[in-house]
Ligand binder design. Sequence first.
Ligand code: A3P
Length: 337
Amino acid sequence: MENSNIFAIEKELKLDEGYQKTYKNVDELLPTLPRSKGWWLDQLLQYQGFWLSTYSVRGSMLIDDHFNPRPTDIIVATSPKCGTTWLRALVFSIINRNSFDFSDHPLRKANPRDLVQFLEANIRGDGSTASIDGLPSPRLLSTHLPYSLFPECMTDDTSAYRFVYICRDPKDVLVSKWHFANKLRPKGVPPLSLEEVFDLFCKGVSHYGPFWDHVLGYWKASLESPKKVLCLKYEDVKKEPLGCLRKVANFLGVPFTPEEENKEIVEEIVKLCSFENMSNQDVNKSDTRSLENPISNSDFFRKGEVGDWVNHLSPQMSEILDQITEQKFQGTGFSFH
Ligand code: A3P
């Protein structure tokens, strides 16, 4: 999401030469990129096959030039509205399960976005990589960037970085994004119609879209490098949370021990991270939206259900989306069923 204040701050920063060079490259590149109407007040730019905000193009280029990956890094990757908040909470709870008591857990006091750093945003938080470089290992980071935009040193099959990805039925993603986008539109700006966003979404024009290409990037990587990329579906985690959590823990090399199973730690994590529990924490209930900070924690919780699209999309819209999905995923071995 655009935040013009961040850019204003950046302009005032005293950046070292390396950063200055990257920012200069960004400034030169941006005007050359194809543009399209965004979902908020922003415009989206087509960068290496994906529609990104200025902010994300900049983040991606900064990652290329300045991110210092560590083999122990764990990256929670998602397309927006596919369950980022949920997955951040789950992975955070899994890898820190011995550090906190469930009754007094950080997730009861903080939104997952405050516990898991958003890579492409914080790579330049204060104009440098300091806030990311300063994190202890193993670092848990979050991204919306497509897999293909990560530097080869991270996606190379022999490298140790791990990506946990979650995706979701595009019909529910569209509905969730539509609600989210309208919440973020400043007062006085007319809401986006469902027809309008449907059209954009189908053309692939949505933050980090085309949605289907985003999924396929991670899906193909998970087939080629199963030790490196794990693909989950929101619907599966809803249906079989315990099995999915065990899968994630195994993938991350921290399987639940028989003792932990006896103590029902997996069940505790599922409960802690459930929509009901998280959306009812005070920290996630408050509406703190302001001009400087247009997103509040409560915006990340709406219904948390599978299949809510049926209450919004016309039969024709759902059919068109299903057709696109079928075409895009044909022969890839991936499906949402
Ligand atoms: P809905 O709008 O369909 O309710 P993201 O975190 O990627 O922005 O995704 C937000 C979506 O995930 C919203 O979907 C939100 O309600 C849902 N969500 C948030 N926390 C969740 C949780 N703990 N369990 C399940 N779904 C959750």
